[in-house]
Design a protein around this ligand. Structure first.
Ligand code: GAR
Length: 187
């Protein structure tokens, strides 16, 4: 069985679609959900789906070796950042070369970097009157949103779209592409 570990900080709609996508699979399982946020709804989603979930603080993640040890012991085939908002320390990237991927709700290299997450991204895109946005699935390296791009998908933005309208379009793209891209990567 190939193992996916998901890291998520919030609602977890992406985590949910990945869990759902693989729940009947005989070759791939979501074996663990990790979160930095004890209030994150993703923890409830994991618990409902019967997936073990663990919460950690910044010290356990970036300084002490707890999360590092946990991940090493899990031997994941893929570590998926699904709305995970902390920077990944370089020792974790070195432990899992080419095995950490992220989804970003814009067409990188545009609208990436520190502070560019969730609604901040959509607001900036609407303010700049862009006519297109999309999602980027990419490998994670030491810099925010700069690793090699695996896949992008686009959606048009109409002149009347609000940031919330754009968020809804991006949500649909994420639902359509994230789990299937993960499946392809694990083949
Ligand atoms: C998603 O739109 C994801 O692309 C974005 O956070 C949202 C999490 O939603 N990620 C980033 O902005 C990373 N820079 P979810 O918790 O419902 O999956």
């Amino acid at each position: 069985m190939k193992k996916i570990v998901i890291l998520a900080s919030g609602n977890g709609t992406n985590a949910q679609s990945i869990i759902d996508h693989f729940k009947e699979s005989e070759t791939v399982e979501v074996s663990l959900v990790l979160s930095n946020n004890p209030q994150a709804f993703v923890l409830e989603r994991a618990s409902k789906a019967g997936v073990p979930a663990i919460c950690f603080n910044r010290f356990a993640f970036a300084k002490a070796e707890q999360v590092q040890k946990l991940l090493k012991a899990e031997h994941p085939d893929l570590i998926v950042l699904a709305g995970f908002l902390w920077k990944i320390p370089s020792f974790l990237i070195q432990d899992h070369p080419n095995k950490i991927i992220n989804i970003h709700p814009a067409l990188l290299p545009d609208y990436g970097g520190k502070g560019m997450y969730g609604m901040n991204v959509h607001r900036a895109i609407i303010e700049n009157k862009e006519r297109e946005s999309g999602i980027t699935i990419h490998y994670v390296n030491e810099n925010y949103d700069e690793g090699t791009i695996i896949q992008q998908a686009t959606c048009p933005i109409s002149a009347t779209d609000t940031a919330e309208d754009l968020a809804a379009k991006i949500h649909l793209l994420e639902q359509e592409h994230f789990a299937t891209t993960i499946e392809e990567l694990l083949q």
